[in-house]
Design a protein around this ligand. Structure first.
Ligand SMILES: [Zn+2]
Length: 277
C-alpha cells in the first residue's frame, strides 16, 4: 500500500523547495520496508515507488510528485513548452555533483532515451535563462513544463531508476499524469471507496490537450492500480480487463509520440521499449 497524497501547495514552489527538510536515510529505509510488507518490490509500480520516496515530504506535492507554484495556473500549460531551436528543442540542464558515478550513469542513460526518441536535447547549462537543475533532495518530484528560470527535478533516495527519472523529466516537459486526461473515464474507473480519505483530489480529471494520441495504459506517467489505496483494494481499474497500468520500465511508445507531437518534432524515431512507432 502506498503512502498518502496531498493537497495543492499554499506557498510558492521556490520557498517550498528551499525549505524541504533533510530527512535521514533511515526514515526512507523505514518507508520502503513499510511498503514491502504489503506489496512485493516486483509489484511496486513506478508511481508507488515515487510515492514511497516522497512520503517524508508528501505534503509539498499534488498528485504525488508535482510541485505547483501559486504564481500560475498549473492546470493550464499554454506557454510551458521549452523553446524550439531549428528542428530541436534544447533544454539546458545541470546535475548536482552529489550523485555517485553509478547514479550518474542511470541519469545519463535516462536522458539519452529522450535523445534517441525525440527532438528534445538536454544540453549543458551555459548561462541560459531557463534551465533544469537535477538535484538530490528528498523524494522524486518535478514541476510541470517550463516555469522560467532555474527549475529543479529532485531524484532522491529511491528515485534513481530509468522509469522514474523519465517520468519526472516528462513532467518538466509539460505533461501531467496519464489518468488525469480529459477522456480518462472511457478507459479507467476510479474506485473512490478505496482511496485514502481526503486524498481523492489526486484523481482529478483535467482539461488536457491529448494531442490525438490514444489513452495509454502503458504510459510511464500512469498511476498504478493501488496507488493511494486505504485498504489494499484497487483505486484505478482499467476498463479494458487485459490492460495493466503503472509500468516502471521507461517511456512508452505513446509517451514518446506525445512529446514529439507537443514539440512538433520531425520524423519519429525508434521507441525506447524496442517497438516501432
Ligand atoms: Zn508524476
Amino acid at each position: 500500500m502506498v503512502s498518502p497524497l496531498f493537497q495543492c501547495l499554499t506557498l510558492s514552489a521556490v520557498r517550498f523547495i528551499a525549505s524541504v527538510p533533510r530527512v535521514e536515510n533511515s526514515v526512507f529505509v523505514f518507508v520502503h520496508k513499510l511498503n514491502r510488507t504489503s506489496l512485493s518490490s516486483d509489484a511496486l509500480t513506478i508511481n508507488s515507488q515515487i510515492l514511497a520516496a516522497n512520503s517524508p515530504v508528501k505534503s509539498l506535492f499534488t498528485e504525488g510528485d508535482v510541485f505547483v507554484p501559486m504564481t500560475r495556473n498549473a492546470r493550464i500549460c499554454n506557454n510551458c513548452r521549452w523553446p524550439t531551436s531549428g528542428s530541436l528543442v534544447q533544454v539546458p540542464y545541470t546535475v548536482s555533483a552529489s550523485f555517485s558515478s553509478t547514479e550518474m550513469n542511470v541519469i545519463n542513460s535516462a536522458i539519452n532515451g529522450f535523445h534517441l526518441s525525440t527532438c528534445i536535447r538536454f544540453v549543458p547549462y551555459k548561462d541560459q535563462t531557463n534551465y533544469i537543475s537535477i538535484v538530490k533532495k528528498d523524494g522524486c518530484w518535478s514541476l510541470v513544463g517550463l516555469t522560467g528560470g532555474s527549475q529543479e527535478i529532485s531524484l532522491g533516495v529511491g528515485c534513481i531508476q530509468n522509469g522514474i527519472i523519465q517520468h519526472e523529466i516528462i513532467h518538466a516537459l509539460g505533461f501531467w499524469h496519464e489518468q488525469s486526461r480529459s477522456d480518462r473515464n472511457i478507459y479507467v474507473k476510479i474506485n473512490y471507496e478505496n482511496i485514502q480519505t481526503g486524498l481523492e483530489g489526486n484523481f482529478q480529471q483535467l482539461e488536457t490537450n491529448n494531442l490525438n494520441v490514444p489513452y495509454d495504459y502503458s504510459s510511464v506517467m500512469h498511476y498504478g492500480p493501488k496507488d493511494f489505496s486505504k485498504n489494499g483494494g484497487d483505486t484505478i481499474t482499467p476498463l479494458n480487463p487485459s490492460a495493466t497500468i503503472g509500468q516502471r520500465i521507461g517511456m512508452s511508445e505513446n509517451d514518446i509520440l506525445k512529446i514529439n507531437k507537443l514539440y512538433s518534432c520531425g520524423a519519429q524515431k525508434r521507441s525506447i521499449l524496442g517497438g516501432s512507432m
